[in-house]
Design a protein around this ligand. Structure first.
Ligand code: NDP
Ligand code: AKG
Length: 450
């Protein structure tokens, strides 16, 4: 069986790589899933006969478009826009938009592919998609961001809709951008619908959506630690990033009695051994969301350590929450984390660990949760925002937060169901991949060859 599994994975990856040789991030995301699924598929040949995996790696539709706009000097700028509509077997396409200069088709496809499994794990009826642009909102005025968003939506609006494809935020797309995108959609369509999630609370948004990815991540960590009769209380926690996911993960860790000692951005990281308390975190919220400043300014204000050009994984911690971007923990970082006593790694970001780093964590049998399980709280509350929009009702904070906690618990149970090893340790990678696959594959089988 071992050899058969390896041969199956290698042959399948050769097929994927031959079709799109340059899409390395997409290959990485597919490889992880194929390695988990291979034994399951070989035991369940109906999926092989119906070419479910071959269909899962081929997007149902990819839209790529020009986004021309005028900067504040009156110069014409041209960016590239994408929407990858990956799979709609269990619901309309759902997933964020990323505005970052590194955006390309490979990154869009890896994110859309992971989203299919993640959305399935939430148990809500959402297919998977992802989109974005190589536009960099950093150092752009609000007016420039607005003109860009309006131009982006002027093409995207014809491809999306509340029952077709419902985008949301991701890196570089927060409340400001969702507002500009929604305004333009409404103007072009002449209708007020829940076509985007992450909307402002006054115009169709859900309570707890801004907090949901970070809070959900910490709820998931709580479930993982519970199995070892542990909690976050008193634990030292290293977090990377200082954007939406990192900020609310830090807030919930503090709520639960943990000590957050690091944050980062693309220029470097801060290490505050005293711990980032509520007041200091309020400074980070203001710095990042209003001033749009750099994390270095935290070190300048509070007199702590700042290292330019590095990530925080050399800092000793019990729990590591990578919440910035893909491939931010490499093999050497993983070894350093383990050597320094780290026992829990849960991904707030999408695919922040390289395959080599993941293998280190799995070999050490620590508690390691992949993003498609651990960061699913964001899209889950987006699903709850869609439900509220459809009913034209708003739930209370307690109602939404309660549902989020239940969903994260259910995802954890699903990982246990498909990933528990004979010695009781849970391989969350296998659990999330198989658990996410089964529902989508069952729907695809039922819907015929489409
Ligand atoms: N928002 C959501 O609901 C969800 C987000 N995610 C994932 O979480 C991660 C963070 O997203 P989010 O917090 O929303 O995004 P934000 O734009 O709010 O924050 C991103 C943070 O990551 C840093 N960062 C971005 N790119 C890099 C890079 N190449 N190297 C180092 N640091 C980088 C940013 O620093 P700087 O400001 O310097 O660029 C910033 O601190 C992403 O992987 C995203 O896909 C997953 C599920 C849901
Ligand atoms: O809320 C959403 O629809 C998108 C969330 C997202 O992009 C993600 O889970 O990576």
């Amino acid at each position: 069986m071992e050899n058969l599994v390896d041969r199956f994975s290698n042959d399948f990856m050769a097929f994927v790589k031959a079709r799109d040789p340059n899409q390395v991030e997409f290959h990485q995301a597919v490889q992880e899933v194929v390695e988990s699924l291979a034994p399951y598929l070989l035991d369940n040949p109906k999926y092989l006969r119906m070419k479910i995996l071959e269909r899962l790696v081929e997007a149902e539709r990819i839209i790529q478009f020009r986004v021309p706009w005028l900067d504040d000097q009156g110069n014409v700028q041209v960016n590239r826009g994408f929407r990858v509509e990956m799979n709609s077997a269990i619901g309309p396409y759902k997933g964020g938009l990323r505005f970052h200069p590194t955006v390309n088709l490979s990154i869009m496809k890896f994110l859309a592919f992971e989203q299919v499994f993640k959305n399935s794990l939430t148990s809500l009826p959402m297919g998977g998609g992802k989109g974005g642009s190589d536009f960099d909102p950093k150092d752009r005025s609000d007016q420039e961001v607005m003109r860009f968003c309006q131009s982006f939506m002027t093409e995207l609006y014809r491809h999306i809709g509340p029952n077709t494809d419902i985008p949301a935020g991701d890196i570089g797309v927060g409340g400001r951008e969702i507002g500009f995108l929604f305004g333009q959609y409404k103007r072009l369509r002449n209708e007020f619908t829940g076509v985007l999630t992450g909307k402002g609370i006054e115009w169709g948004g859900s309570l707890v959506r801004p907090e949901a990815t970070g809070y959900g991540l910490v709820y998931f960590v709580g479930e993982m630690m519970k199995a070892r009769q542990e909690t976050l209380s008193g634990k030292v926690v290293a977090i990377s990033g200082s954007g939406n996911v990192a900020q609310y993960a830090a807030q919930k860790v503090i709520d639960q009695g943990g000590k957050v000692v690091t944050l980062s951005d693309s220029a470097g990281f801060i290490h505050d051994p005293e711990g980032i308390d509520r007041d200091k975190l309020a400074f980070v919220f203001e710095l990042k969301n209003i001033q749009r400043g750099r994390i270095r300014e935290y070190a300048e204000k509070y007199g702590c350590y700042y290292q330019a050009g590095k990530r925080p994984w050399s800092v000793s911690c019990a729990v590591a929450l990578p919440c910035a971007t893909e491939n931010e923990i490499h093999r050497e970082d993983a070894r350093l984390l383990l050597a320094n006593g780290c026992q829990v790694v849960a991904e707030g970001a999408n695919m922040p660990c390289t395959p080599e780093a993941v293998h280190e964590f799995l070999r050490a049998k620590i508690l390691y949760a992949p993003g498609k399980a651990a960061n699913a709280g964001g899209v889950a509350v987006s699903g709850l925002e869609m439900a509220q929009n459809n009913m034209r009702l708003n739930w209370t904070r307690e109602e939404v937060d309660g549902r989020l906690q239940t969903i994260m618990k259910t995802i954890h149970e699903m990982c246990g169901k498909y990933g528990r090893q004979p010695d009781g340790w849970i391989n969350y990678v296998n659990g999330a991949n198989i658990g996410g696959f089964v529902k989508v594959a069952t729907a695809m089988l039922a819907q015929g060859v489409v």
